[in-house]
Write a protein that binds this ligand. Structure first.
Ligand SMILES: Nc1nc2c(ncn2[C@@H]2O[C@H](COP(=O)(O)OP(=O)(O)OP(=O)(O)O)[C@@H](O)[C@H]2O)c(=O)[nH]1
Ligand SMILES: [Mg+2]
Length: 470
């Protein structure tokens, strides 16, 4: 049988036919093997026996039959196979997909046969990389595919979809077109330096630069900052003294009995991390060991871990027991949080509680919510307040936004810096050849986003994030 482990050292070009299992590992209803390249159809013909006898394959039709070992003619699995003729395919190359039973062994056996017929095992993301290299999608769309696969909330998925449809690519292309047209005017000025006519109308160019380049770049960067939380999510830590109800709060937010809750102080020893979707925002929530002095050894280790997690968190839910007046300990804990975003959660509102004014006085200048982790009263208020605290209360709608990722944002910022230099240069009568250099730089940074000028290293970094078979 052929070796089906990937060998990254094998040099390859887009002439190679690649193959991979495209469905996740583990048993499933069906499993799919994907083959892309000029040998896809010959490989299918060699391995597949259609039930309808010998056929001439038509593109984008599903055929029923058996994959057989070409040496022994023994059946390997009963399958549906589709041949998709280039260029109307995912990679713009000929593609064959074989749908077999979702058994890992069957998938491995079929893949081995495909490899022994001359295909090479695909690297992670190689199908999508070919779609990019063959010009079917730009780099923003390739990145959108990763985000789509990894999206944890509907909003994250919406952002990925908008990018997959090419909205970001189109906006960047339109800014590039404006830069190219400015550059053309400046090049005329370079070519005819002594011309009497004033070729560069600095004022008109400045306005074009402002409206068609600077403003759209600033808008995209702003959107990247705002949308980051929906794309990447945030990390929230639940902090407080023993027995105040931290684990009960975790369970209430998750709507399941995830963490052990007891009346014994010091129940939670380790940190517990879970994932939440709060109004479309992916939230990693961390329950911790109650913080107190004189804890015994295991508990103390938990406290050390809690403090470590605190350093990584974006927001702190500081929880206190509403039946008790705030203690000095509580304020010390509050001070130890530093300048992170913090929300005070006063718990156990189902019991006779202290006057809310006492908490306002003890914890001035931070938002407070009153909840009962036991009855779930106030939990949605807590979620809304947390959301508003993180988003800054803006009514930004992620559903319609075009949100660049960290890599794209960095290129936008570099492009903006160069464009601002052009703007400054127009005001100070910078020589046209220097203006042209800055415009070119602004253009190149935008080209990094869509993939026109992206280096191989960056492409490798992007496609390495994919799974095999995509
Ligand atoms: N009445 C009432 N009891 C609560 C509420 N929240 C928690 N408790 C009780 O308080 C006790 C401690 O709850 P936990 O959730 O284990 O508290 P914790 O902060 O995680 O405690 P440690 O893990 O020991 O630090 C348990 O007996 C809970 O049933 C609440 O809202 N109302
Ligand atoms: Mg606990």
């Amino acid at each position: 049988m052929a070796d089906t482990t990937s060998d990254a050292s094998v040099p390859r070009n887009v002439e190679t036919t690649i193959a991979a299992i495209a469905t996740p590992p583990g048993p499933g209803g069906i499993g799919i093997i994907r083959i892309s390249g000029s040998q896809a159809l010959p490989i299918l013909t060699a391995l597949f026996s259609p039930n309808c006898g010998t056929i001439e394959y038509r593109s984008h039709r599903l055929y029923y039959g058996w994959i057989k070992d070409p040496q022994t003619s023994l059946p390997i699995d009963e399958v549906l196979a589709v041949y998709m003729q280039a260029p109307k395919t995912y990679t713009r190359e000929d593609i064959v997909e074989i749908q077999c039973h979702g058994s890992y062994l069957v998938l491995q056996d079929i893949l081995s046969q495909v490899i022994s017929m001359g295909a090479t095992l695909a690297d992670p993301g190689e199908f999508t990389k070919r779609a990019f290299l063959n010009g079917r999608i730009d780099l923003t769309q390739a990145e959108a595919v990763i985000e789509l696969l990894q999206a944890k909330t509907r909003e994250g998925l919406g952002l990925a979809m908008s990018q997959l449809q090419g909205r970001l690519g189109a906006m960047v292309s339109s800014i590039r077109t404006s830069i190219i047209s400015l550059r053309a005017i400046i090049e005329v000025a370079i070519d005819f330096p002594d011309d009497d006519v004033e070729i560069i109308n600095a004022r008109a160019m400045g306005e074009k630069l402002e409206h068609e380049i600077l403003l759209p770049l600033q808008e995209l960067i702003r959107s990247a900052k705002q949308g980051k939380i929906f794309r990447d999510g945030i990390s929230v830590i639940i902090l407080g003294h023993p027995n105040v109800g931290k684990s009960s709060l975790l369970n209430a937010l998750l709507r399941e009995e995830r963490a052990i809750v007891t009346a014994i102080p010091g129940t939670t020893r380790d940190t517990i991390e879970e994932f939440l979707d709060i109004k479309g925002m992916p939230v990693r929530i961390i329950d911790t060991a109650g913080i107190r002095d004189n804890a015994e050894e295991v508990e103390e280790m938990g406290i050390v871990r809690a403090r470590k997690k605190l350093a990584e968190a974006d927001l702190v839910l500081l929880i206190v027991d509403g039946t008790q007046p705030p203690a000095d300990d509580d304020t010390r804990l509050y001070e130890s949080v530093g300048d992170k975003k913090i929300l005070l959660v006063v718990n156990k509102s189902d019991l006779a509680c202290q006057d809310p004014a006492i908490f306002a006085a003890a914890f001035p200048a931070i938002l407070r919510v009153f909840i009962s982790a036991k009855t779930h009263a106030g939990i949605s208020d807590l979620e809304n307040t947390l959301f508003a605290l993180v988003t800054g209360g803006s009514n930004w709608d992620p559903g319609y936004a075009c949100v660049p990722n960290v890599r794209q944002r960095s290129s936008l910022e570099k492009s903006l810096i160069a464009a601002k230099r052009v703007s400054e240069g127009l005001r100070t009568d910078l020589p046209p050849d220097l203006l042209a250099i800055e415009l070119q730089s602004a253009l190149d940074h935008l080209g990094d986003i869509t993939g026109e000028t992206t280096t191989d290293d960056i492409l490798d970094l992007i496609f390495d994030q994919f799974c095999i078979g995509k």
